[in-house]
Design a protein around this ligand. Structure first.
Ligand code: FES
Length: 358
């Protein structure tokens, strides 16, 4: 089959993070700081990615601001011709750092927030952080860089959606992305505490529609549909090995950030293989590419060209087999697993926090 060029690279610069969010989808076992790629190695990754066809990179983590050489990394990405976005908690952003990063070629910033109420936000993040986020929002706004606010939704903040959108407006965000928790990595262990009720999701959906009408296009409001409640498989990553790739802090290359948890995937590393070979030839990137791997009912379903068979990591998390039909889909033989969880009883929101990746 013809392999299309990727267009996006998620560069996980570090797993270190000052926050300890219960919904964190990074792996349970984090990659230590001593194993991180150096700035020069990232520079090589960006050059190879641009040659391969990538046009944009998200510099993420963990918290990328923990990298003292972040401006060198930004300059390398920009120098390779990539559109460079920083994905940050805002903790550690100063006026000087913002200016240095903008000078280095940073093109936009995505800031996360957990709740509109400072105490609730810090309870979810497991760390004092709200004042730093407020300050970061002011700095990003003042820099003139495009400013996106990223909110991961779950049971403890869905009912505060109106306040969260109002907060984004007051902080001057150009765009708010509302994405439901993905139950991968650390978040999987907190699923019982994070899972919202169907009623919460439906109320939030109505709120978003009302805000969209009110805002009339003056701010972009993105609602990433909750596949468990909508009983449709999401077109995860736009398809396996189809449009984007993730490079983990130690140089491991993955078709999606959560795929490190899949057994027998044996993901390749940029320290050992060229990125072009990894993308086109490696067993990892071809494992679920296209349609030939699909089981029934996917292989005969008209939706396979748009949902690409759903999420492989979710299929593995729920059934133990990444090759099964995504149980979020109402047609999946394992759909009862999702239905039982959505309809089941709810625990009080009490998370197990990460110990802190720093
Ligand atoms: Fe890995 Fe969906 S998160 S394929």
């Amino acid at each position: 089959m013809t392999v299309q060029a990727p267009w996006a690279l998620l560069a996980e610069l570090t797993h270190g993070c000052p926050l300890r969010c219960g919904y964190c989808s990074n792996p349970v076992e984090l990659i230590g700081r001593s194993r991180e790629l150096a700035a020069g190695q990232w520079s090589d990754v960006f050059r190879q990615a641009a040659d391969l066809g990538v046009v944009q990179t998200h510099l993420s983590g963990g918290e990328p601001l923990l990298r003292r050489d972040l401006s060198r990394i930004v300059a390398a990405a920009d120098g390779s011709g990539l559109y460079t976005q920083l994905v940050t908690s805002g903790v550690g952003l100063s006026e000087r750092r913002t200016a240095v990063l903008a000078d280095a070629g940073l093109r936009s910033v995505q800031l996360s927030v957990q709740h509109a109420d400072p105490r609730a936000s810090e309870r979810i993040a497991g760390a004092r952080s709200f004042a730093a986020k407020e300050r970061a929002a002011r700095l990003i706004r003042a820099s003139g860089l495009p400013f996106g606010l990223n909110i991961v939704l779950h049971r403890a903040n869905l009912d505060a959606l109106d306040d969260l959108i109002a907060l984004g407006l007051s902080w001057g965000a150009d765009r708010i992305e509302l994405a439901h928790t993905q139950f991968h990595g650390w978040a999987l262990g907190n699923r019982a505490a994070l899972l919202p009720t169907r009623e919460q999701v439906e109320r939030a959906r109505v709120s978003v529609a009302r805000w969209r009408e009110l805002l009339d296009g003056s701010m972009e409001l993105v609602w990433v549909a909750p596949d468990w409640v909508d009983v449709t498989a999401k077109p995860c990553m736009g398809g396996w090995g189809a449009v984007s790739l993730t490079v983990a802090p130690d140089g491991t290359v993955l078709p999606c950030p959560a795929a490190a948890a899949l057994p027998d995937l044996d993901p390749p590393n940029v320290r050992e293989h060229p990125l072009a070979w990894i993308w086109r030839e490696s067993k990892t990137f071809n494992a679920y590419r296209g349609e030939s791997w699909m089981p029934d009912p996917c292989r005969s379903c008209a939706l396979r060209t748009t949902d690409h068979g759903g999420c492989r990591c979710q299929a593995h998390a729920l059934t133990g087999d990444a090759g099964r039909t995504d149980p979020a889909c109402r047609h999946a033989p394992d759909h009862h697993l999702v239905r039982d969880l959505v309809q089941g009883p709810r625990d009080e929101p009490a998370y197990t926090y990460r110990k802190g990746g720093t």
